[in-house]
Design a protein around this ligand. Sequence first.
Ligand code: 13P
Ligand code: SF4
Length: 329
Amino acid sequence: MGNELKSSVNVIPDIEEYKKLPHEELNRRINRAKKLKNVVLLVHNYQRLEIQEHADLLGDSLGLSIEASKTDASLIVFCGVDFMAESAKILNPEKKVVLPHDRADCPMAKMVDLEGLRALKKKHPHALVVTYVNSTAEVKAESDICCTSANAVEVVRSLGDKKIIFTPDRNLAIYTQRMTGANIIPWEGYCYVHDSLSEREVELAQAEYPDAVFIAHPECPMEVLEKADLITSTSGMVKWVDENQDTVNSRGVIIGTEEGLVRQLQKKYPQGKIFPLFDKAICATQKLITLPYLCRAIEIEQFEIEVPQDTRKKAYLALKRMIDILPQD
Ligand code: 13P
Ligand code: SF4
């Protein structure tokens, strides 16, 4: 073990010290720590490109956690937001899970309060609670089953004709209600990045790129979704672009989600006509993780995610019920 790593064990280096280092030095130290430790680096699609470049696995929140549970790494560094790292911990309790920035949280996940959810459950005692993975561990623990943006429709269909309380994203709830016809009571939460997109942005983008296919994330409001050719999660968007290169190169594609995913696709396919629906659709907390924070996290293994045992066990059941209905590969 070299001096940098040895000294980092005893003295907790200040983030300001990392911020003084040039990018090449940070990249070198991250790569070095990755080689020395039994670590897997999970990176969400909305992260900065310089963070995506270090990913062992790059993808959507749940896909990353499921993949993590298949690795033998003892340390998971999750570059994303807190609910993703929490899900990784819930699914991998024996592993150490680290989030590189202590303020990397998801405002939508915090829009559900336990008291309010319990009161709603009391009002609808026969309803099942379906909770989007973009939620806290406590809310997952209070839920019957989780879903992702990729499988919300499938999860709700699996519940038959039961009344459903859907938290926290009202846009995903309304979209799922339209697709399934289920009796859904939406929680009034939303993702500020997607909810701020409107019909106006779609009209402007389609006027500029009239032949392009338009793909939207289901966290967008219905007025945006109604104009989309395809509605899917971030991993669904990557899959579509991977599989439709001729269309991407000829007609082009407008991507209605956070800019980190658009940049990822533009980098992967420099010749492709890949356009953001709105180039200022940026999730501020996803962008808090920069190279100095990643370098510090992987060297000193901070900030560690803990989920109390009782909450973890209940939240695990809600996640596991969802995983059990996913197609097995
Ligand atoms: P997915 O990557 O699961 O589609 O989630 C989008 C999102 O908003 C994550 O914060
Ligand atoms: Fe939360 Fe939206 Fe940011 Fe995703 S993009 S972390 S849902 S605020």
